[in-house]
Design a protein around this ligand. Structure first.
Ligand code: PLP
Length: 481
């Protein structure tokens, strides 16, 4: 008989030893993150390593581990570092990463069935409703992120608002319209495109000086579209825009949605978490009136990638938007494919990893209140940075700080400030001082600090400001000689 093979190790003690070493190294890796440069340019030899072809024969695990240390662990994005504030990116926790390992060994498929992974994901969804003020009977789904959560929410909006079976006939007989502000995240437009609605039908309403949607213009647009026989479907509210952290007037948006019988969707990717802060929960006022709410665990809940969530108040519409159960997926009354926990009936994906365990473990370890305090700490740090900027003559605040995002720039006379600030940002990264990112506000290139970092201290913001001023002065002097 042919020799039968398996991917399991031939020597379990050897893999155990390897595992222990790996865990020790990774704990040190995280413990010492502050001492290492936040980011490094990847050298040519390592770039070549990434281009090697597929190995036909296996290699010794110890050798592979050396490669991982040399070529992979050495060149991280940097977002676990205390001075990473680029884009809106989470920082992770050690216990969540350990939970990920356990979930990975279990290797459950969360598409459906009666096993612990689905019960835990269901519990995490129940905790989410509790923490964000959604009724118990709401439905939900743990997703890879807020992009997927927004797509699921807007799909249900489309299904719920259109009176006949849009799954059968598609959207071509309809003139569906969605409304939000110009500050909406790009994933909303992608969702609208994927839903076959076309981005011409995503109305982007202008914002005021605080980057909040102009609700009077919004109402006018809805009214005009109704008068023209179009079908307004959904209002999308921003709870923390990606550019400046602005929060739309969610109460007024909820009122408008009620008045015009539209779906109210809130993109609270990071901002939703303000609801559990001790002193800034007013920012999320009106969020609980949404029909659907998309948010991330991997941003301001600091959970390791990937983890987002959608909550929906109309469970039946949620189910009807996605459920499709061929014979090979039929749910049985008993056994492993028994029970009600079929998440594949509530989203796009069938096979799903067990993302719930890391969320469940981190929240259990620290308690929800601590996450609220940490988000508050980030907001206070953003205020501190705002004051530093305002008290530094070479710096200029470029948008109001309403939450955890600070937009500012180096300023000087008679020079191209956009080019100057772009160069400052690049040197901040290259000199491994800190990693903010940038955005463009009213044509101005601005340095943007989005603080969802539970490792940052006030001193880290001092280091950032000193770095920006020093580099800015250096470049400005070079330009002027
Ligand atoms: C990050 C973000 C998204 C997209 O979420 P992902 O988790 O990156 O998919 C959507 N909306 C806002 C406001 C965001 O900040």
């Amino acid at each position: 008989m042919k020799h039968e093979e398996t991917l399991d190790p031939s020597d379990w003690d050897e893999i155990r030893k390897f595992g222990h070493t790996m865990i020790d190294d990774m704990i040190d890796y995280l413990r010492d993150v502050r001492e290492r440069p936040i980011w490094k340019t990847i050298p040519e030899s390592t770039l070549q390593f990434y281009e090697q072809g597929v190995p036909k024969e296996g290699r010794d695990l110890a050798e592979i581990y050396k490669d991982i240390q040399q070529h992979i662990l050495a060149y991280p994005m940097g977002n676990i570092h205390p001075r990473f504030w680029g884009w809106v990116i989470g920082t992770g926790t050690i216990e969540a990463s350990m939970a990920d390992f356990m979930a990975s060994v279990m290797n459950s498929n969360g598409g459906g069935g009666n096993h612990a992974a689905n019960h835990i994901e269901n519990q995490v969804i129940a905790w989410s409703k509790e923490m964000l003020g959604f009724p118990e009977e709401s439905s939900g789904l743990i997703t890879s992120g807020a992009s997927m959560a927004n797509l699921v929410g807007l799909t249900v909006a489309r299904h719920h608002q259109v009176n006949h079976d849009i799954r059968k006939t598609g959207v071509s007989d309809h003139k569906l319209w969605f409304y939000g502000s110009v500050e909406m995240h790009s994933c909303i437009q992608k969702s609208i495109e994927l839903l076959g609605i076309g981005y011409d039908n995503l109305v982007k309403i202008p914002v005021d000086d605080d980057y909040r949607v102009d609700t009077a213009l919004l109402e006018k647009a809805i009214q005009e579209d109704l008068d023209n026989g179009l079908e307004p479907v959904c209002i999308i509210g921003n709870l923390g825009t990606v550019n400046t952290g602005a929060v739309d007037d969610l109460e007024t948006l909820a009122d408008l949605a009620e008045q015009y019988k539209l779906w109210f969707h809130v993109d609270g990717a990071f901002g939703a978490i303000t609801r559990i802060t001790p002193s800034y929960n007013h920012l999320a006022m009106g969020m609980e009136r949404a029909d659907s709410l998309a948010f991330d665990f991997h941003k301001w809940m600091y959970i390791n990638y990937e983890a987002g969530c959608i909550l929906i108040k109309h469970k039946k519409s949620h189910y009807q938007s996605f459920s499709l159960t061929p014979e090979y997926l039929s749910h049985n009354p008993r056994g492993v494919h028994g029970g009600d926990l079929w998440f594949s009936d509530y989203g796009i994906e069938l096979s799903r990893g067990f993302k719930g365990l890391k969320i469940w473990t981190a929240i259990s370890d620290h308690g929800l209140d601590k996450f609220g305090r940490l988000a508050e700490q980030n907001i206070e740090q953003a205020k501190y940075l705002t004051e530093l900027v305002e008290n530094t003559p070479q710096l200029e605040l470029m948008a109001p700080t309403s939450m955890n995002i600070v937009c500012f720039r180096y300023t000087a006379e008679h020079t191209d400030l956009n080019a100057l600030n772009e160069e400052i940002l690049i040197r901040l990264h290259e000199q491994a001082i800190a990693v903010p990112s940038y955005t463009t506000l009213q044509g101005n290139y601005v340095i943007r600090v989005a603080n969802t970092n539970h490792r940052s201290t006030l001193q880290d913001f001092d280091i950032l400001v000193e770095g920006v001023v020093r580099i800015g002065n250096e470049i400005y002097q070079d330009y002027s000689v």
